[in-house]
Write a protein that binds this ligand. Structure first.
Ligand SMILES: [Zn+2]
Length: 384
């Protein structure tokens, strides 16, 4: 599975794979610690790590945590993150965003392209341009990941439904793989973000957690018992249209008072701009008005915070996560609706459950594309 970049390919057995992933997610670790975590004998661990060290995937760590003498058996091991490269691509309705990352999901380059239309040949052309721009000759790509809002999973090359792009049953992964000649995997964009948190963020060391995103819509990714939940054909975590109040505003699907009608950024902006007749207001203008105590903006943001709190409580009641991570491109709205959010969260959390732990994660737009790169990395390490 490492043969795409390795001059000296390493075949991974399940045991070697476990060691590599353990070090990638939790490293650097001493040999004794890796052996303890994976219940391996020291000699079995040496046998598993030797080919990875020889092929340059693992390094004997240097630095403060290591002992003074290099090469001693207690020298910590770590993954050489530069050993592999990935391109992650996020497709939106009108733009493509792409990043190149290493094995540790550190971004080393990024680019974007406008998508003038959704014709597959046009989109493929822009994908090929982005991949070519981000590829550096000395680091051939190991895999390409593509994420989009809609129904897709890494185990299937087909986009089943993509409402923004108007695609249905499109074998996108196969088309991209043929065009760029690099293994390509797809995933839903929120699940791809959850993969980043699972291996490189708030989810590290947690067996179960949920990611709830706010932005143009609401999304939810779940890790339960160390597994990223995909469900049947990838449709999971669909919290956007949960009903909050049957007398609330309408969403674009005709639901009265669903979560999206209260808490998505377009709904918040529209409610405030329409009510006070200021159509030029942006979403961030609306947040500023609420922060200044404008009564209409304040009311809309309080209702949005309460809707979001109810969604998080529902997710927590069903899945019992150790932590709920709140993120997405409009997560900064939390700053002006935190009180309403926590009041509703407490009110809707089941009385037998303890308080829900919430971590608010600031968001950068390239996180979406980074998520796609981590999807590609996870799929390559775990499934190929
Ligand atoms: Zn709805």
């Amino acid at each position: 599975m490492f043969s795409h970049t390795a001059t000296d390919p390493v075949r991974l057995t399940d045991a070697t794979r476990s060691v590599f992933v353990e070090l990638l997610v939790h490293g650097p670790l001493s040999r004794a610690e890796v052996a303890r975590r994976l219940t391996l004998s020291p000699s079995a661990l040496t046998k598993l790590t030797r080919p990875l060290i020889e092929a340059g995937y693992l390094l004997e760590a240097t630095g403060e945590e290591g002992p003074a003498t290099v090469g001693r058996p207690s020298q910590p091991l770590q993954v050489d993150a530069s050993r592999m490269s990935f391109v992650g691509i996020k497709l939106t309705e009108d733009e493509l965003f792409a990043v190149r990352t290493d094995l540790a999901a550190t971004v080393h380059g990024e680019t974007s392209r406008p998508l003038a239309d959704h014709d597959i040949d046009h989109v493929l052309g822009r994908i090929v341009e982005a991949v070519e721009e981000l590829t550096v000759p000395e680091r051939p790509l190991s895999a390409v990941g593509i994420s989009l809002a809609g129904t897709a999973t890494p185990s299937d090359p087909v986009v089943h439904t993509s409402p923004f792009l108007g695609w249905s049953q499109l074998p996108l992964a196969d088309l991209v793989e043929r065009a760029v000649n690099v293994p390509t995997v797809l995933d839903n964009d929120v699940r791809a973000l959850t993969a980043v948190q699972q291996w490189f963020g708030e989810g590290v060391g947690r067996s179960s957690f949920a990611l709830v995103t706010v932005g143009a819509g609401l999304g939810c990714g779940l890790v339960i018992g160390d597994r990223l939940v995909t469900g049947r054909s990838g449709a999971t975590g669909l919290v956007g249209h949960l009903q909050i109040d049957d007398r609330g505003p309408l969403c674009e699907r005709g639901h009265r008072g669903c979560a999206r009608a209260y808490a998505s950024s377009p709904s918040i902006r529209r409610s405030i701009a329409t009510t006070i007749d200021r159509p030029e207001l942006t979403f961030d203008d609306c947040l500023a008005l609420a922060a200044d105590g404008h009564p209409v903006a304040r009311r809309v943001l309080d209702e949005a915070g309460a809707a979001l709190g109810q969604v998080v409580a529902t997710v927590a009641n069903i899945t019992g996560p150790e932590l709920v991570v709140l993120s997405g491109e409009s997560v900064h709205m939390y700053d002006v609706c935190a009180e309403a959010f926590h009041t509703a969260l407490a009110a809707h959390t089941h009385w037998t459950a303890g308080p829900v732990r919430v971590a608010v994660k600031p968001f950068a737009f390239n996180e979406w594309a980074r998520g796609a790169a981590v999807t590609a990395l996870q799929h390559l390490l775990l499934h190929r």
